[in-house]
Structure formats: C-alpha cells, structure tokens
Unconditional design. Structure first.
Lengths: 179, 442
C-alpha cells in the first residue's frame, strides 16, 4: 500500500515530467522557428514566441557568412583642423586583429556605414571629441568599399585595399561641435 | 461497441508508444559531465573575454559612448528587450556590475554555487547584448543559447567546487565514503536540448549559404580577400592552387549540411564531431575567431558520449597507476586534510590506509609517525611533500595545485620545509581546529 508521502512523490515526479516536457516542446519550437524563413506558419508562431525570443535573446538567424560573403568595407574619417590641415584616420586599424574587441568594433563601424542616418552623427561627434587636441573644425566620414580582387591580382603583388580595388563614398560631412 | 473498444485500445497504445518514444528521446538518465565540460569552457572563455573588454565598458555600453540609451530604443523599442544597464546612471554602477559579473563568470567556471550563479551569468550576458545590440555577434548568440539551457540543467554536480563540497560533507563522517556520480533524466533532457540547438545552428547556417559564391565554390576566396580576414600567406597558397578554395568552400557546406542529419547515428557521430571541431579550429586560426570557435566546440561537447568519457577516465586511471596514501588516523588535522584533498579526486584514483588500524607492509610505523606516505605499485614510498608532488599532476581535480608544487626552486625550497613543519606540529594543529573530523582510531 502506498503511503501519502509516496503518492505525493509520484505526483511530484509526474508534474516535473510534464512541466519539463512542456518547456522542452516550447523551447525546441522557438529554436527552430527563430531562424526559419518567413512563411504564414512561422509568422503566426512568431506572434506567440516573440516575447520569449526577445526577452532571452534567442532570436537568432544563424546566418554566418550567409547568404553570401560579399565584399568588405570599412570606414575612415578625415578631420580638418582650424589651420585647414586634413588628418586621416582608419579607426579599425587602431586595434589589433587579435584583440577581442576587434570584431565588436568592426560591427560598430559597419553599422555606421549601413545606417548613417542613425549612427553617423554620434560617431562624428565622438571622433571629433577624440581628436580635440587637433582643434577639429569639420569631419568627413568615408566608406571604403572593396571591389573584385582575383587570384591573378594577388599573384601580381597587389593588395585588396590598393586604390584600384576600392571606391570611396562620403557618408557624412559635418562641422565638429565646439566642445 | 467492439469497434469502439478496439479504437479506444488503439488510442491508448498509440499514446503509450508516443510517451515511450518521447521519454527515450528526451528523458534518458545521463550524467552532467558533458555539460560540465561546456560550463567550464564557457565560463573560462567569458571570464577572459569580459576582463579584456573592461577598458571599453563605458565607450561601448555606457551612456556617454557610441550607443546612448536613446539610440538603443530607436533601433529596438520592444519592452521585452531588457538590460540592467538601462537602469544605471553613474559610471561606478557599470563597473560595480561588471565586477560582480566577472566574479559570477569565475564562479560559473569553477562550479561554485552553480545553481544560482548561472542565472546571474545569463542576466549579465543578455544585458551586454541588449545594451548594445550592434556589436552583438555570432559568439554572443550561441553563448546565450547555451547558457540559457544550462540554467535549466542540474549542472555543478561534477567537476565543480559544488561537487567537492558534497564529497567533503560525505567524507567528514567517513573518510572512505564515496558519492555515486550524479545522473538524472533532467540532465539527459538538457543535454539533448543543447544537441538540438547545435544541430539547428548548423542546419540553418548551411542552408542559408545560398549565395552564388558558395555554390560556385569561390566563397573562401572572397572571405580571405576582405580586409577583416585578409591573410597574405594563405592567399599566396590559395591563389596558386585555386582548387583548394573550391574544396574548402564545398567542404564547409558539406559539413554544415551533413552535421544535423548524421550527428545522431552511433556510427557517424565521431566523424561529424571531429569534422565540426576541425572546422572551428580553422575558424579560430585562419579567421581570428578563437572566442567563437572555442564556445562552439564547448557546445559540441554535448555530443560526447558517456561511454567515451568513461573509457577516457579508465585509461587515465590505468596510465597513472594505483596510488595508496597512508595517513595517521589518530591525528584530526591529518584526517581533515585528507578529507579536503580526497574531495578533489573525482576519478577515485587514490586509495587510503590508516596506519593506526591497518599498518602498511611497506612503510614502518616509525616512518609514519613523521609524515604521510604514498605507496606506488612498484613498491616505492614517497613521504609528505614528495607524495603530494607526485599526486598533483596525476589527479586531474588537483591540477590547480600545480603552481604550488612545481614552481622551480620555490616549491622545494619552501614547500618541503613547510610540509615538515606541519607534519611535526600536527597534534598542536589538531587541537587548534574546532570541529575537526573524528580521528579514526581502532
């Protein structure tokens, strides 16, 4: 005969099993729906799952180097000082490739290029502030876009960032704030 | 009526079969060891990474830096996106939280109070991501997914200070006591969730590579010619042997697409696991992504079979040989020290003998009055300091003591005299320690 303790133990086990099963089902669904391509089914499931995915930062597309690699691009900026002299900087070159912040900085600089309307003002202000000793008057943010670079180009001793393999576009030209 | 009865029975049988299959897939009783390896690796990687980025804390996650709060709200206004950094106002609060977070990462790595520390690690990781989502990339995404699952897992039950504490508590009453390895269906379920996470990641990463350069076999060339991953030496090789580019591109696709399908089978798992680890070693070395690659490899640990680990442990024990520690069971301090030291012997490599109740045929009682001894299978007997020095590299749980015993000159100059002094004064030390375990006397 099972005593009350044994019965409650069994119920506790069953409840744990049910709760864990529900969580597993829910989480696995979220893990699969988050990166799945848009469709009517995934969209309706997303309505349900989105708060969970957002709160725990599980909304990942896992699109590493996908759908394509694309050409590289980086930002450089030119500061004009009060004497009219120009000073050029490539911010990503200021940190070692091996430094853990290198990747994060790359994403930040790429964001300025991808969405200058949102980030360029802030970036320009901070770059001016960083070089306050130059007494900066204005700043130009420039996108350096890599072009096609073939094996033959490499074998002939050229570099992907040589002037013939890049184009430059001014993203923003602004006056530096006074302070 | 008979038709309804048959239908009801069929329904019950189908439900029972589904229940059994569900339990077999998700709730097999497993040890936590693969997840503990992942915990240690992830904790160490995060600790190292977040220590290094400390000088950039305010610049990238602070209010006066690149990403003021209004800018974050501008790109992500969901109320579900939360960060503790949103509620800070003064710089010292950033540093105080960061310091606490680093301590939690260290505790997570060591398995100290794991059951609650893991939640702080998750909150910290999410907070960094939500405060500056622009610089949140692949490694953070996979870290978050793994830590989230680990939070629901019963981790800290092996290869941890929590385990050491549990073993020590058992040995306090009886030095010979052992704790069986922890295993539970919950551990099995969480291991399976990590496996599914890794398989889903590979699947979507593989099928997402639909771009022409992937299917034309040129992706690896494109990758190494971008300034981020430019590698002159490698390009020298690839440019003159372009077939390597095609092979590497297609091999990457093959591994990523095959992994989620073939990792489950007993026969193919070792190859897929080796291939995935090989792929990530390439990412670490050639793409300069050691943090990402290391965390991915830790995720792959969930696929390490328990029998592989058991065989590895058995091989290690066999290679290191038997070790018998002979101690003075009448000395409370000695027993307490043995309890402490043996708690780190997770593989149970050390046998013990109390010379008061069970005299050794190798070491005389007179010798034992002076020091603890370690007897090896070849009959050698190492006293005191030398005994510990022999054990430390051979017992994985005590590897952290290596610097104390193996710093050239220092260890022998100070270690041996210190040990001899403790051995000579052990009675006095025993008397000074309240609550010492009861000496084992005949």
């Amino acid at each position: 005969v099972l005593g009350p303790v044994m019965i409650s133990e069994r119920w506790r086990e069953r409840l744990t099993y049910l709760a864990m099963s529900a969580f597993i089902g829910w989480h696995t669904l979220a893990v699969v729906v988050a990166p799945a391509p848009d469709s009517r089914v995934t969209q309706s499931l997303r309505v349900l799952l989105q708060p969970y995915l957002t709160l725990f930062w599980l909304d990942n597309s896992w699109d590493f180097f996908a759908p394509y690699i694309g050409k590289g691009y980086k930002i450089r900026y030119v500061i004009e000082d009060s004497a009219g002299k120009s000073h050029a900087f490539v911010p990503i070159d200021e940190i070692s490739w091996h430094h853990p912040m290198y990747r994060r900085m790359t994403y930040w600089f790429n964001a300025i290029i991808d969405d200058p309307d949102t980030y360029a003002d802030r970036a320009a202000a901070l770059f001016c502030q960083k070089h306050a000793s130059l007494r900066p008057v204005s700043i130009s943010l420039i996108q350096v876009q890599e072009l096609e670079f073939t094996p033959e180009d490499h074998l002939s001793g050229k570099h992907p960032l040589d002037p013939e393999f890049v184009t430059e576009t001014i993203l923003k030209h602004d006056a530096c704030p006074d302070k | 009526m008979p038709g309804q009865v048959t239908l009801a029975r069929l329904g019950r049988e189908v439900t029972a079969a589904f229940g059994q299959a569900w339990s077999r897939i998700w709730f097999q009783s497993m040890t936590t060891t693969p997840m503990e390896i992942a915990r240690i690796g992830i904790g160490a990687a995060m600790l190292f990474h977040y220590i290094i980025i400390t000088p950039y804390l305010l610049e990238f996650w602070g209010e006066a830096g690149f990403m003021p709060r209004e800018l974050v709200y501008q790109i992500d206004d969901s109320i579900w996106s939360q960060s503790v950094f949103f509620y800070f106002t003064a710089p010292w609060q950033w540093f105080a939280f960061h310091g606490f977070f680093l301590l939690c990462c260290a505790a997570f790595m060591l398995g100290w109070r794991t059951s609650w520390v893991k939640w702080f690690v998750l909150v910290g990781q999410i907070s960094f991501g939500a405060r500056n989502p622009i610089i949140w990339y692949g490694v953070d995404k996979i870290l978050n997914s793994l830590i989230f699952i680990l939070c629901f897992a019963p981790i800290g039950r092996a290869m941890s200070l929590d385990r050491v504490r549990a073993v020590r508590a058992a040995k306090r009453d009886n030095l010979e006591a052992t704790l069986p390895p922890y295993a539970s269906p919950r551990a099995g379920a969480c291991t399976r969730m990590i496996q599914i996470q890794m398989a889903a990641l590979f699947f979507f990463s593989g099928v997402g590579k639909r771009g022409e350069e992937w299917w034309n076999g040129d992706a690896i060339w494109s990758l190494f010619t971008t300034y981020e991953y430019y590698n002159r030496l490698l390009l020298d090789l690839l440019a003159s042997h372009y077939w390597l580019v095609n092979a590497a591109t297609y091999l990457t696709l093959l591994i990523e697409i095959a992994f989620p399908f073939l990792i489950w089978q007993r026969a193919t798992r070792p190859y897929l696991l080796a291939a995935a680890i090989f792929l990530h070693l390439q990412f670490a070395v050639l793409l300069g992504l050691p943090y990402f690659s290391f965390v991915m490899v830790m995720g792959h640990m969930s696929f390490v079979r328990q029998e592989w680990l058991a065989r590895l442990a058995a091989w290690w024990k066999r290679s290191m040989g038997d070790m018998e520690m002979i101690y003075d069971g009448r000395c409370g301090f000695c027993v307490r020290s043995m309890v402490w030291f043996l708690s780190f012997d997770g593989l149970g490599q050390i046998k013990i003998r109390n010379f008061r109740s069970n005299p050794s045929p190798v070491v005389s009682d007179a010798q034992m009055e002076k020091a603890l001894y370690l007897v090896l299978p070849d009959g050698r007997a190492l006293p005191g300091f030398e005994a510990y020095r022999y054990i430390v590299p051979r017992v994985p749980g005590s590897w952290w003591l290596m610097p104390l015993f193996y710093v050239p000159v220092f260890s022998r100059l100070f270690g041996r005299p210190l040990y001899n002094w403790i051995a000579a004064n052990r009675s006095r030390l025993s008397a000074m320690m309240p609550g010492s375990p009861r000496p084992l006397m005949k």
